[in-house]
Design a protein around this ligand. Sequence first.
Ligand SMILES: C[S@@+](CC[C@H](N)C(=O)[O-])C[C@H]1O[C@@H](n2cnc3c(N)ncnc32)[C@H](O)[C@@H]1O
Length: 253
Amino acid sequence: MTHESSVLSYSPQSAIRAREELFNRLQHYPATPEETERSLGLFVRGSLLARMLAVAELYQRITTLPGVVMDIGTWRGQTAVLCENLRAIYEPLNFTRRIFAFDTFEGYAGFGEKDQPSDLHRDGSYATGGDYAGYLRELLLLHEQSNAMGHNHGKHQVIAGDCRQTIPDFFAQQTHECVALAFFDLNAHAPTKEAFEAVYARMVPGAIAAFWQLTRSATPAEGQVYVQEILGKKPHRMHRAAIYPGLCYLEKC
Ligand SMILES: C[S@@+](CC[C@H](N)C(=O)[O-])C[C@H]1O[C@@H](n2cnc3c(N)ncnc32)[C@H](O)[C@@H]1O
């Protein structure tokens, strides 16, 4: 299936061609595997770097808070993996910073009457295929093992299934866990609302709930949930990542 970023883009054709050529050059880089592995920064696009720096901006806000990180709608797990690496950079001795990545891995689930599904966003789109949950578990473990204090690994979990079920089940089993940072990226109204309500109840004061789509008209679910269920009802401060306009985040008061 076509990925939405190849259809919806603010970039001109020249920029899209340059992006494709960068990726092409990564695949045919004229160096040894060892040199290529150490040179991956040559190919990270500015916009991807901005996204990583924005996640780092949020991560730095929780280093003095207890609680876990949740990546809800993790898809291929980039944010979860990034958070493991940020954990190792900013708080290498905090072995209690567990990371939980949630996804169906079978694509979107839960579009209902409040949503307007499209070819790009409907039940089943963004499916990863295969045992991607298993693959992501291994990736997280490899990152943990390669990071500082890597002998202390196995802190993270990848939880497959509809988050309307898996998140309540998770909290029912993990009766002691509170939340420092949660990313939401589900795009359908009911899953976003239900996931947020469950997570918010476990967020410590000062904890961060981040929304990737809050201000995006093409995918209004997060904005609707924010306006209808949070604004004026749940005490918080609202922020936008300084260098990545799409990423907005709420700080629980
Ligand atoms: C836009 S993608 C997420 C992109 C990802 N956050 C990133 O930064 O790369 C949305 C993801 O939400 C997942 N998803 C949608 N509805 C879900 C549900 N009810 N339960 C669990 N995952 C769901 C989809 O499978 C998809 O992988």
